[in-house]
Design a protein around this ligand. Sequence first.
Ligand code: CA
Length: 381
Amino acid sequence: MTSGRRSPRADTLDLAAVRQARQRGLSARLTLVGSFVLVLFLLGLWLRPWLETAVGQDEGPGPGPGESVQPGMRWIPAGEFTMGTDDNRSLPNERPAHRVRVNAFWIDEHLVTNAEFAVFAETTGYATTAERAPVWEEIQKQLPPGTPKPPDEFLVPGSLVFTPPPGPVPLDDLSAWWRWQPGANWRHPEGPASSIEGREAHPVVQVSWHDAAAYAEWIGKRLPTEAEWEYAARGGLDQQRYPWGSEAHPRGRHLANTFQGHFPDHQTAEDGFAGTSPVHAFPPNGYALYDMAGNVWQWTGDFYSATEFAARASQGLCDNPTGPTKTYEPTDPYAVQRVIKGGSFLCHPAYCESYRPSARRGTAPDTSSSHVGFRLALGPR
Ligand SMILES: [Ca+2]
């Protein structure tokens, strides 16, 4: 992974020019000045995490909310907010509302796109989870003891693909609209016959948490915490049901790529998209961030616990939480899961309406599907 990692700041040091100057016999003083500049540069890199923390703590003269310093990223100032919700139109894992403080950080203004992920894959030769054959011994760790090994024909590279059923189905059985598709991966999101041609500006999908973490390591960023993600998604609004306010469709407008029609069998795509959409297709939120609702779910760095918010509510103000140390999902005691946020083009009010900022779901880190992607953050956790 490290062989192809970029070092953009090192590129700005014209070390070759310095060497040539030496060879031309310029004075030792010039070399001394150059060394001093290099030392200052390296000192700046070393101090940067501390400086970022310091700026975040006093919110000092840094960028304003949503302003850009890092290319393609937005500055989110430190602050307190109400995380989760007490609204009874929510799922139990979103409750109760509780107070959280987050440090300042940068976050990508849009989801990582197919074009961006292609640069990573081509530079490093990285093969995503879906492009590798599943390892039964790894899957087995997340299943109850004694679970029989599936037939070998199922242990082939592939991923989960949304497939609408021919008619209405009970909404308590995900297998009615998800299928395991051999050959599905980020290059072929719906299977071998599909491609991302024409979808370069759409979010990359069919990426596992491990894939997102590998991309983050390569580019020198990290996944946001769940608290950072929700704080950013709210865009400066307090306790609103949606990133843009309290109404689902103000003045009749669709402000996110979600599911219209009868879920999951009949989609009308009144918002213009039956699947993913380009990352700038819908208006940004108050922090100038796109797709903080709908389009695709987004990986965060936190482990998932169904009772995390209940545990926090008794702790008073939670200071920059980074999630529990392990997964807790009472319905699946062997699960290892990370939090995903934001909902997707498949979210519908009749099912989960998970494009609300408080909505959250646990997903196995080695799972990928056609409606989960990611964006990244920068700054100390
Ligand atoms: Ca849609």
